[in-house]
Ligand binder design. Structure first.
Ligand SMILES: Cc1cc2nc3c(=O)[nH]c(=O)nc-3n(C[C@H](O)[C@H](O)[C@H](O)COP(=O)(O)O)c2cc1C
Length: 732
């Protein structure tokens, strides 16, 4: 069995630097957190600090200290820890995934799809539960072969085995990394160990932030032996021969500062990394089933990961002037023959597009009919989900629309989400809080304190309407970048009037959240929700609480803005109009919707419920976008609907309409029973139904769910359904 143990160093600032070393202990330790969780935090501390059997010594290295000041502790700590284990993982060893599929994209390019039908980890963006893929790509140029990206540690072994059966490993000359994280390092070490002895090192090409991570995390003896690291600048090229002049396009965001896209003009392929990704594992690996099949997955990924960073999303899209290989041409600036040429192109495009030719054949046919600076794409090859070739036009257009919409929201009101995270746990909490904020229609300014200057944080704090701060606890404290950010916040006298919140992941003592909370309390700040503390990795219920906290904060900000608008007057904020009163005459039956996902559950009172289909029995329910249960009724989820009886709905409505703290159970005090499939229904419902969400339609401020009924029971045939009468259509 593979065994690992930890050697620690104490950084002079008090935090730990813990490179991993091989040692035969007879136990496979998966990450420092597994070690901590199994032995108790004190054991790790004692081991690290006592030096037995682990060694502790202060770091004297001036270079390391300078780097720490520049980039914060976190990268260094995270990097030092990550090698072939899983530093940010939950105590249990991650399930080893072996399903790595090779998929031909063109004659000389293939994808290696590391497929998982389960979610790899608890992060908010895996909501749709259709599995996920971690995609790597292999491009065989005329002279050289390049591998693009490596998968999550769960796939390391399966990935390298599949790679070996696809290509002689000594032929991989280049490794282009569009995104790296501590959780992907194991794939690099596994690959290095599989390389034939005496070969030349693989030349890695990546962005500067990725290079820093790699240098910190890869065992130093690997550098020069297995890998050389080359930092690329935007628009630089790497020539593989045969027209494969890979063009690098840097697309950093706060969550992925190292983000980089790669364009291969030979096949008109854009390797888009996290952009245009979706957590879904389809059969074919291509999006040939059409836009509808994956639209929600793409949208959900965007909502979770890019909605909180619309400025950076826009900047990235501007660097990627993508035009689908076969698309309607632009007529602007064309005259005479040029118009004719555009028409020919249009006809040709339509025909070729309908033919669904293999990508490389189509690239050959379409070359020369496109123009200018455009990044002509036969397909977009993302890090997760299907290769996009049928829906390039739709997906790129929608990305632009979604981004513009989010930028508009930011103009109206923003909440700054300022955080640092070494292993991604606090980042996952930040992402869930951000989703809670954006689903309430308020913009997010996401700030990774490790890479943001004090000046930037100062101006973001000045401009925001509320803020949250998040930090891991490392060495008993919040790390330096968060200390600096807190200094900026406390120095801004206007910030005091803005609602705020604190959150953070910790291992055993969790001082960072207490420190931030205390500083803000002492400074007279007011909290929109109780501090969110999470031991190591969040569970679904923790993420649900974070999302609800974000929504609460956003609603507080919206209320303050509305109050201000009302006080400055305007007829638009007057009493309900006649039209609204007319709309109010449309009524629905009173029901309770209950849903679960993992250890998270929620409920809501629903009256916008209507039958929508006889065969199969189906119904629609409108769920407000900022409703807590919204994240649990995504497409593919199951929920129960309890139909309330006339004269019986009062106490239920009273319970469900009261304000709830984030994470508080909504069903407390109500009589409930469980259906055979484990869903909660109200004991005195006159009927209940178990339903599956088939699709969701975005309708203004609600999502309309279309769900089919899987099972149900009429419990009380005598009592009529409670109907909710209203005075206005402006409220329920
Ligand atoms: C070097 C090191 C030092 C740590 N020190 C502490 C500590 O003093 N107290 C604590 O509660 N957790 C400590 N932890 C655990 C982290 O807080 C925990 O792993 C947390 O989930 C990290 O969050 P992040 O993924 O956002 O970085 C430490 C972890 C490491 C690796």
């Amino acid at each position: 069995m593979e065994t690992r143990a930890v050697l620690g160093e104490v950084l002079s600032g008090g935090s730990l630097r813990v490179p991993l070393q091989e040692q035969s202990t007879g136990v496979r330790l998966v990450g420092i957190e597994a070690l901590v969780a199994r032995n108790g935090g004190s054991v790790l501390k004692q081991r690290v600090f006592s030096g037995l059997p682990l060694v502790a010594r202060p770091v004297q290295d001036k270079k390391a200290q300078d780097a720490r000041r520049r980039h914060g502790h976190l990268n260094i700590v995270a990097n030092a820890i990550s090698t072939s284990t899983a530093p940010g993982s939950a105590p249990a060893a991650p399930k080893e995934e072996t399903d790595v599929r090779v998929q031909r994209i063109t004659d000389d390019t293939c994808s290696l799809r590391s497929c998982s039908l389960e979610r790899l980890k608890f992060e908010i963006e895996y909501g749709l539960k259709r599995g996920t893929t971690d995609n790597s790509y292999l491009i065989k140029g005329e002279n050289h072969t390049a591998l693009i990206d490596v998968p999550d540690q769960a796939f390391s072994k399966g990935f390298v085995e599949t790679l070996k059966s696809t290509i002689d490993l000594k032929d991989i000359k280049y490794l282009v990394i569009g995104h790296i994280s501590p959780k992907r390092m194991e794939s690099l070490t596994t690959l290095a160990e599989a390389l034939p002895e005496g070969g030349s090192p693989i030349e890695i090409f990546c962005s500067n932030p990725a290079a820093q991570q790699l240098r910190g995390a890869l065992p130093s003896e690997y550098l020069g032996k297995y890998y050389n690291i080359n930092v690329v600048k935007s628009d630089e090229c790497l020539d593989l021969g045969g027209g494969h002049k890979l063009q690098f396009l840097l697309t950093p965001t706060p969550r992925w500062p190292d983000g980089m896209c790669i364009y291969d003009p030979a096949n008109q392929l854009l390797f888009s990394n996290k952009l245009f990704s979706a957590h879904v594992c389809g059969e074919s690996g291509l999006d040939d089933e059409g836009w509808e099949e994956y639209a929600e997955d793409w949208r959900f990924f965007f909502d979770c990961m890019l909605s909180p960073v619309p400025k950076q999303a826009k900047a990235a899209l501007e660097k990627l002037p993508i035009v689908a290989q076969f698309s309607v041409p632009s007529y602007s600036g064309r005259q005479g023959l040029a118009v004719l040429k555009a028409d020919v192109q249009y006809v040709l495009s339509s025909v070729l597009s309908a033919l669904k030719l293999p990508i490389d054949k189509a690239a050959f046919l379409s070359s020369g009919i496109t123009q200018g600076e455009d990044l002509v794409c036969a397909a977009i090859c993302p890090l997760h989900g299907p290769v996009v070739r049928s829906s390039v036009t739709e997906l790129v257009r929608e990305y632009r629309v979604w981004t513009e919409k989010k930028l508009k929201e930011v103009e109206e009101a923003t909440i700054a989400v300022i955080y640092a995270s070494a292993y991604g746990n606090t980042a996952a909490l930040a992402q869930a809080i951000s989703r809670g904020i954006t689903k309430a229609g308020v913009g997010v300014e996401s700030v990774n304190a490790e890479i943001c200057s004090s000046e930037e944080i100062t101006s973001i704090i000045k401009a925001c309407n509320g803020f949250v701060v998040g930090s891991p606890t490392l060495g008993g404290h919040m790390p330096t970048p968060m200390k600096d950010a807190m200094g900026v916040i406390l120095n801004d006298s206007d910030a005091r009037s803005k609602p705020c919140g604190v959150f953070g992941s910790f291992g055993w003592s969790g001082e960072a959240v207490d420190e931030m909370e205390q500083l803000l309390k002492d400074g007279g700040f007011s909290f929109a929700f109780p501090a969110l503390r999470c031991k190591f990795k969040p569970t679904e219920s923790t993420l649900q609480t974070c999302e609800e906290s974000g929504t609460d904060l956003a609603q507080e900000v919206k209320k303050a803005i509305l109050k201000q608008k009302r006080s400055t007057g305007g007829a638009q904020y007057a009493a309900a109009s006649n039209v609204e009163q007319a709309v109010g005459r449309v009524v629905g039956s009173l029901c309770v919707l209950t849903a679960k996902a993992g250890d998270a559950e929620s409920a809501m009172l629903a009256s916008w419920v209507s039958q929508a289909s006889f065969v199969p029995p189906g119904l629609t329910i409108a769920v407000a976008k900022d409703r807590a249960v919204e994240g649990l009724v995504l497409t593919g989820s199951k929920f129960a609907l309890s139909v309330l009886g006339q004269g019986k709905s009062g106490p239920v409505a009273k319970q469900l309409l009261k304000p709830f703290k984030p994470g508080e159970s909504r069903l407390d005090g109500l009589q409930i029973k469980q259906t055979d499939s484990g869903l909660n229904v109200l004991s005195d419902a006159i009927a209940w139904l178990e339903c599956s969400v088939k699709s969701r339609i975005e309708t203004g401020d609600h999502w309309v769910l279309y769900a089919t009924v899987d099972s149900g029971k009429l419990e009380d045939a005598q009592t009529l359904t409670a109907v909710h009468q209203r005075k206005t259509g402006a409220r329920y």
